[in-house]
Design a protein around this ligand. Structure first.
Ligand code: TXA
Ligand code: MG
Length: 330
């Protein structure tokens, strides 16, 4: 194997934002904070840079990427916004919502980034460092979560370094990601469809649309590799340690991913326990999810027992991630 780039980690500042933009312009790979998770950025218009990004992540090449832009005006240069898309952009941008829209004529995003589709996923992140980098760079930036494919998403610069050292050029440290879950993805190609639950609860989207949102159909029988959002592949979020979901008791050798009050039984058994939210707050739980999974995965436990987590609000996305993490590996 040839030696990769030296990965430098720098604190966010006006100077380092300018440096990040220069690195992107030179075809570099730059990890930066967004409000959801850390993204691994590359120039969306540069096929070579995007190819390096897929390689660094070891990501299946059929998995299309989200183009990040500074504002709605720039988003309109990439895609065509129908009434629903306009309404959702107005209500939730900047913020943890990605819209999949038809590519605009002359859309500069390279085909590798959209995996050859005639639609494009666009998002305006709500994070000062992300926004400053996007403004300074001026072109769209593709940014999947800054982890190797199949690993849990990073919510701190240290997580990115642990996963991608020697594979990317720069990590801009802007503190922990606040939301802790990826963006909600809604396709506005026809009637709006929820492709991935995430940082904006479905209820909020339905309220903005004034109509219920349909959910992406399961992939066609015999063709599991062709879901609408290929990132929804069954084992996408996969720690190495097996997970046991909806655990109401504790077995020997298990660590515990708790939610709400921990049963005294779990404490007595002495398994490593981390609580997503002792008070049962789903927003706090979302912010802790990936970091806690990562810590328990590294704890040497034979299995991680996950206490039941309600499925309303952000609970839908949290359970979606846990279901994927628990799915058998292909
Ligand atoms: O919060 C987020 O969205 C983070 C931060 C860094 O912004 N990014 C992120 O990107 O989660 P990624 O690459 O991990 O997820 C992209 C998802 C995948 O499920 C992909 O299949 C879907 O977006 N996607 C992208 N373009 C699409 C398209 N044209 N049609 C359908 N799905 C698409
Ligand atoms: Mg990801």
């Amino acid at each position: 194997m040839t030696a990769g780039p030296t990965t430098r980690q720098i604190q966010a500042s006006p100077e380092t934002v300018a440096e990040a933009a220069r690195c992107l312009a030179a075809g570099g790979l730059v990890a930066f904070p967004t409000e959801t998770v850390y993204g691994l950025g590359a120039d969306a218009t540069d096929g070579n840079a995007v190819a390096r990004l897929y390689a660094a992540k070891e990501r299946p090449a059929f998995n299309p990427l989200i183009a990040h832009v500074a504002d709605l005006a720039q988003a309109r240069t990439l895609g065509t916004f129908d009434g629903s898309a306009e309404r959702l952009a107005e209500a939730f941008w900047p913020g943890p919502l990605t819209l999949v829209v038809p590519k605009a004529a002359g859309c500069p995003v390279c085909d590798l980034a959209t995996a050859g589709l005639d639609s494009v996923a666009v998002r305006v992140p709500d994070h000062p460092v992300a926004r400053d980098i996007l403004r300074a760079f001026g072109k769209p930036v593709v940014a999947p979560s800054a982890n190797r494919s199949g690993h849990v998403s990073p919510t701190t610069a240290a997580h990115v370094m642990a996963d991608l050292r020697g594979r990317i050029d720069l990590i801009v440290d802007g503190g922990p990601a606040i939301v802790g879950l990826e963006s909600t993805i809604v396709a506005c190609l026809d009637a709006p469809v929820l492709l991935r639950p995430g940082g904006v609860p479905r209820e909020a989207i339905e309220a903005a649309l004034g109509a219920p949102l349909s959910v992406a159909p399961a992939p066609p029988e015999g063709d599991p590799d062709a879901p609408l959002a290929p990132g929804m592949l069954a084992s996408h979020y996969a720690p190495r340690t097996p997970l046991r979901l909806d655990a109401r008791d504790l077995e020997d050798g298990e660590a515990v991913l708790a939610f709400g009050p921990v049963p005294p039984e779990a404490l007595a058994r002495g398994g490593r326990t981390l609580n997503l939210s002792a008070s049962g707050d789903l927003v706090e739980a979302a912010a802790n999810l990936f970091a806690h999974l990562r810590t328990l995965d590294a704890s040497g436990a034979a299995r991680i027992a996950v206490m039941p987590i309600p499925r309303d609000g952000l609970g839908e996305a949290i359970n979606d991630r846990l279901d994927r993490a628990a799915a058998p590996k292909p």
